[in-house]
Design a protein around this ligand. Structure first.
Ligand code: PLP
Length: 401
């Protein structure tokens, strides 16, 4: 059967509008399409492929586990799930782990746990969840409602209630909204989809203080920022603010679907047997891959390397901007970076992404005005250099059009 991009429009639900390119294989930070055209990957499957494509250690982990046992369900536990949970809890503030299959599901579990914790400890009045405008936490109805973008949550009927939003980095607005009825505050320790917005130190610390003052849980959504993406294993470690619940997904599986919610024993105990669950969550195949990813990522070699690569990419963007004057700033941290388009190029982020692909570079957008980059955390220096050459060609193509 001949597989073409046209087939997508025929057989797929039209909720995505994918590129005309269909990649068929990848190795490290390079990908090849059906016509054997090669692309450099600065997109990383949206901050997922933290070790690039087909990393030998991950291929070995999949193969080894695939010939042992794939799936059991949670009627029985399994060795990879327990080993990974031990590693995750040893490396973080958390004592216990709940596994899911995606970021959205991990956040769904975190929100349900927070509500149950508040109900058990304080009664049903304490149900308010506060999150931030432009935040993104997934597409389940609870998480998309907690995410602060109505364009994503409107149009599906009545929404889950007692959810409020304030502007990110606006501590005063948060303070005004919080009370002893607040059950939890959910935030990304750097807004990804919402435009690569970093929290100020004062804001991050202030949110923690307000949660303590009102006996509310602080939930950090580290689905995009975690697993080394910002240069520390989890972003909270560098911020100096410890959440009560943390969610992880994306890079945790390096491309294999897995999510996790991490928390303390005292909070976790409210998810008693039967309160929540997932058929696949904690499946041995996914956890074996997660373990292999973590063994590589949580090392000073990789984490320090993120900072070096960030500097190389930032310098490249600055040199391109000095020639073409298209960006107003470079936002983000580590290997989650966004080139913000200046006034002249407002609304054209997608054009830059498409032009990049035409010139052999996979990039992303964050909204209409930011070209976003989330390459592998181990992308070689030479691939960064070549990627920057291709990005410059894309920028020149748009500027000179
Ligand atoms: N949370 C954050 C911060 C994200 O960036 C995303 C995805 O982009 C999600 C949650 C949702 O994750 P998933 O698509 O795996 O459900």
């Amino acid at each position: 059967m001949q597989v073409t991009r046209e087939l997508f429009d025929e057989v797929m639900v039209p909720n995505y509008a994918p590129s005309s390119i269909i990649p068929v294989r990848g190795e490290g930070s390079r990908v090849w399409d059906q016509n054997d055209n090669e692309l450099i990957d600065f997109a990383g499957g949206i901050a997922v492929n933290c070790l690039g494509h087909c990393h030998p250690a991950l291929v070995a982990a999949v193969n080894e586990q695939a010939s042992k046992i794939w799936h059991l369900s949670n009627v029985m536990t399994n060795e990879p799930a327990l080993r990974l949970a031990k590693k995750l809890t040893d490396a973080t503030f958390a004592d216990q782990v709940y596994y899911a299959n995606s970021g959205g599901e991990s956040n769904e579990a975190a929100l349900k746990l927070a509500r149950r914790w508040a109900l058990d400890n304080y009664g049903k009045e304490k149900d308010q969840i506060i999150a931030f405008k432009q935040g993104f936490h997934g597409r389940t109805f609870f998480t998309v409602t907690v995410g602060g973008q109505e364009a994503y949550s409107d149009g599906f009927g009545p929404k889950p209630g007692a959810i409020d939003h304030v502007a990110y980095n606006d501590l005063e607005a948060l303070k005004a909204l919080m009370s002893d009825k607040t059950c939890a505050v959910m935030m990304e320790p750097l807004q990804g989809e919402g435009g690569l917005v970093s929290p100020t130190d004062e804001f991050a610390k202030g949110v923690r203080e307000l949660c303590d003052e009102h006996n509310a849980l602080l939930i950090f959504d580290e689905v995009q920022t975690g697993f080394g993406r910002l240069g520390s294993f989890f972003a909270y470690m560098d911020l100096g603010v410890t959440p009560d619940i943390l969610t992880s997904a994306k890079a945790l599986g390096g491309g294999f679907p897995i999510g996790a919610m991490l928390t303390t024993k005292d909070i976790a105990k409210h998810l008693k047997p039967g309160t929540h669950g997932s058929t696949y969550g904690g499946n041995p195949l996914a956890c074996a891959v997660g373990e292999a990813v973590m063994d590589i990522i949580n090392t000073s070699d990789v984490l320090d390397g993120v900072k070096v690569k960030e500097a190389q990419i930032r310098a490249g963007f600055e040199a391109i901007n000095a020639k073409y004057n298209v960006f107003s700033e470079i936002r983000g941290k580590g290997l989650l970076l966004g080139a913000v388009l200046n006034d002249e190029y407002q609304g054209r982020a997608r054009d830059f992404m498409v032009a990049s692909a035409e010139n052999g570079l996979m990039a992303l957008v964050a909204g209409a005005n930011i070209v976003r980059f989330a390459p592998s955390l181990v992308i070689p220096e030479a691939d960064i250099a070549e990627g920057l050459v291709r990005f410059e060609k894309a920028v020149a193509q748009i500027v000179n059009a």
